[in-house]
Design a protein around this ligand. Sequence first.
Ligand code: HEC
Ligand code: HEC
Length: 275
Amino acid sequence: MRRAALPALAAVCAALCPAVCSPALAQEAPIPPAAEALPDRVLHDGIGRDGIGHDGSRGSGPVMRGQYVVVSGAGAGLRGACLVCHGTDGAGDAAAGVPRLAGQLDWYLHKQLDDYARGTRPDPVMGPIARALTAQERADVALYYAIQAPPPGAGGGLPLPTAGGATTAGPARGETLARGETLARQGEPRAGVQACAACHGAAGEGVPPGLPALAGQPAGYLEEQLLRWRAGIRRNGPVGVMAHIARHLPPEDLRAVSRYYASLPPARAAAAPGP
Ligand code: HEC
Ligand code: HEC
């Protein structure tokens, strides 16, 4: 249902907000050097990755302020309280297409909230919520989720195989996963598509500050993102790299690679190298 509404959404957006949709505004600042990623910023605030201050207190630092946004929704109100959909632990909800935020990169999460707010990543649910938060609240809540431990265990995002080993439609599950793994490791050189692993890490664990973890995200969520880039709805990201990839692979491949990453156990990206 949501998918069918997408082309219509794009048309409405293009008609109503040429300013927001203009390529000039969709251009992005380059990703800052890794030194600006999580550990330094957190340490400057006197709080470690676990959210506990150096003096052992939980204090009123950014993590506590982020937690307040998670449970109260701040300006977005209780219906926009993050815990309703993402949980206080940030585990997400695969069946509802809600991504895991726990352990995702701080800088990346913060940027996505800003992108939802300014409209380069239009979304009917997250757009109004992100706009209702202050810039400080977006930063704080991104940090809160980034330091939560990713849920343990195997990837939770994969639909269960049917008795015959095939998913409800299309090729057998094994074939789809094998194709997805090939794309992840080798890309599709004939179409000018690089290996996903070159940017997103060997196990889809992400690379600080701006290359998100894909491992263990819901398959439907990942596929939806790729289809939105393909349709020109999601327009964020540096130099249009993901739009290029999504347009140069057929939809079956976008589905296969999404299922492959959903099947991997969620992992936290290695911390950015220290100074
Ligand atoms: C009503 C359910 C709902 C609520 C409440 C909600 N979210 Fe979301 N969130 C979603 C869905 C659905 C998506 C996927 C949207 C898309 O496809 O872009 C999402 C996506 C995100 C993403 C993008 C993650 C990524 O990997 O790119 C971030 C960040 C996020 N939400 C943060 C928040 C924060 C912070 C709050 C609270 C202030 C919040 N959300 C409240 C449903 C919700
Ligand atoms: C040249 C680097 C590069 C390559 C190669 C690459 N990506 Fe990405 N990808 C990015 C960047 C940068 C972002 C973050 C964009 C943004 O800021 O919104 C991203 C974001 C994503 C997201 C959104 C995740 C989320 O939480 O919303 C998905 C899904 C994704 N990539 C899938 C893939 C797949 C699948 C491949 C291989 C077929 C791939 N990427 C190859 C750079 C790359």
